[in-house]
Design a protein around this ligand. Structure first.
Ligand SMILES: [Zn+2]
Ligand SMILES: [Zn+2]
Length: 214
C-alpha cells in the first residue's frame, strides 16, 4: 500500500512514485501547509479523459468541509472518511490509529504499524492533551519541531520546540526521532543539536526528498 500522509504545497508534483500509484491519502488537519495540494490532486485525477476511481481520503471532517467549500462541489476523485480519536484504518497489513492533538483546529495525529514496526506522526501539536500515550515505544517518532530555544519564548503554544519534541520522544521511549515542520528561516542543524542534547538515541531530519526505513 502507498499511503500519502499530509500533502502541502509542492508535494503532489514531487511524489516519489507516479501519482496513480497512490492508494490512499491521510491529512492531519486543515492548515494549508498540510492539505493545499489536495487541489492539485483534484485537478490531476478529475480532469482527464478517464478519471481515477475515487481515492480514499482520511482526515478530520472539517478538512473535507473546507475543501468542498473552496471547490463548491464534492471532489469526485476522493472517497472521504472522517477520522477522530479512537479510529483505526487498516490498509492491508498497515494499520493506522488516530488521536486528537494539541493544535488550534481539529488535528489527527497518527500511529502507523506494520510488520512489528511503528511510527507516530504528530502533525502539528503543542505538548498538551493525552496523545503521548499512543506514541509509547514507537520505532520512529516523526515530530514537528516548529521552534528552537526556550519553551517560555514560544510565540505560539500549539507547536513544539525541538527540545520539547526530544523530551516527548524520550518520555515515550521512542527508538529514534525524526524532526519535521522546521520553518525555512531556522538553521535546521540547531534544531538537531537541541534535540540531541535531550534525546540520546538517533535524531534525523526530514528534508524534501529524504527517505527512511521505519
Ligand atoms: Zn497547523
Ligand atoms: Zn503546519
Amino acid at each position: 500500500m502507498r499511503v500519502l500522509c499530509d500533502i502541502g504545497p509542492g508535494i503532489f508534483m514531487r511524489l516519489p512514485v507516479e501519482s496513480d500509484l497512490i492508494d490512499a491519502v491521510v491529512v492531519s488537519h486543515q492548515h494549508p501547509d498540510h492539505c493545499s495540494d489536495l487541489f492539485a490532486a483534484f485537478h490531476a485525477w478529475t480532469y482527464r479523459p478517464e478519471p481515477r476511481d475515487p481515492v480514499p481520503l482520511y482526515a478530520p471532517q472539517v478538512v473535507w468541509d473546507r475543501v468542498v467549500g473552496f471547490l463548491e462541489q464534492e471532489p469526485p476523485c476522493f472517497d472521504f472518511h472522517p477520522v477522530t480519536t479512537g479510529d483505526r484504518v487498516d490498509f492491508g497489513e498497515l494499520h493506522v490509529d488516530f488521536v486528537e492533538m494539541d493544535h488550534s483546529v481539529p488535528t489527527s495525529g497518527s500511529r502507523w504499524e506494520a510488520n512489528g514496526r511503528t511510527m507516530f506522526y504528530t502533525g502539528d501539536t503543542g505538548p498538551g492533551g493525552t496523545w503521548r500515550e499512543m506514541a509509547r515505544d514507537v520505532s520512529v517518532m516523526l515530530s514537528e519541531a516548529s521552534y528552537q530555544g526556550r519553551v517560555e519564548d514560544k510565540p505560539w503554544a500549539h507547536h513544539l520546540t525541538a527540545g520539547e519534541a526530544a523530551s516527548i520522544a524520550r518520555e515515550v521511549g521512542a527508538d529514534s526521532l525524526t524532526l519535521t515542520h522546521i520553518p525555512p528561516y531556522l538553521d535546521k542543524s540547531v534544531s538537531v543539536a537541541e534535540a540531541e542534547a535531550i534525546f540520546d538515541r538517533p535524531v534525523r531530519l526530514a528534508v524534501p526528498g529524504a527517505s527512511f526505513d521505519v
